[in-house]
Design a protein around this ligand. Structure first.
Ligand SMILES: [Zn+2]
Length: 185
């Protein structure tokens, strides 16, 4: 929230490297997440560049690795083909941000529809073990993590309301930012 790094620059870097990222099949590393190095490790090696200290974590959503056929959720009778990398989608989490990296898909032999990897109907067509792993609810340009959505629901049930949750997120994001800052001194 208070990160001074140009997030567009980071998004561009992620996009530049997505071709390399695709080579790292999630099946060979059993996690969807790519975490940056811990600041303590970098600082102990005198790497003080804030770009590295505030690098976001990335959720690599390449669901085509997990299903034999990627069936078009619209026409239901054709297989989707990969159609290139998407711009990373920024998501607000409890104490920082993360980016979702995914691919676009195209129904080449059926209805000729395009789908982003995080398309709701596309995710809904996946097996439960896969679609329930998706970590966020997305809007057109942004999104909230499932943890933030849960916090909003609990806040609503206990009269905290959205402004209370906003204050909580502000506190937690600021705390993480200030902790990083304090680690540098
Ligand atoms: Zn189709």
């Amino acid at each position: 929230m208070h990160c001074t790094i140009d997030t567009l620059q980071i998004a561009g870097k992620i996009r530049e490297n997505i071709w390399k990222i695709e080579l790292v099949c999630p099946l060979t590393q059993p996690t969807f997440w790519i975490y940056p190095p811990e600041p303590s490790f970098l600082l102990s090696h005198y790497q003080f560049n804030p770009t590295f200290l505030y690098r976001p974590h990335v959720f690599l959503w390449l669901s085509h690795f997990f299903v034999e056929k990627f069936i078009c959720p619209k026409c239901q009778n054709s297989t989707l083909e990969k159609n290139g990398a998407l711009l990373p989608h920024r998501v607000t989490d409890m104490e920082d941000l993360f980016y979702i990296v995914s691919w676009a898909y195209y129904c080449i032999q059926g209805c000729h529809s395009y789908f982003s990897g995080w398309n709701k109907s596309l995710i809904g067509s996946l097996p439960a073990y896969l679609c329930l792993a998706f970590p966020a609810v997305l809007s057109y340009k942004s999104g909230l993590s499932n943890d933030v959505i849960t916090q909003l629901r609990v806040g609503d049930q206990h009269k905290m309301g959205p402004s209370g949750v906003r204050s909580l997120l502000l506190e937690m994001h600021t705390l993480k930012f200030n902790t990083r800052l304090a680690q540098c001194y």
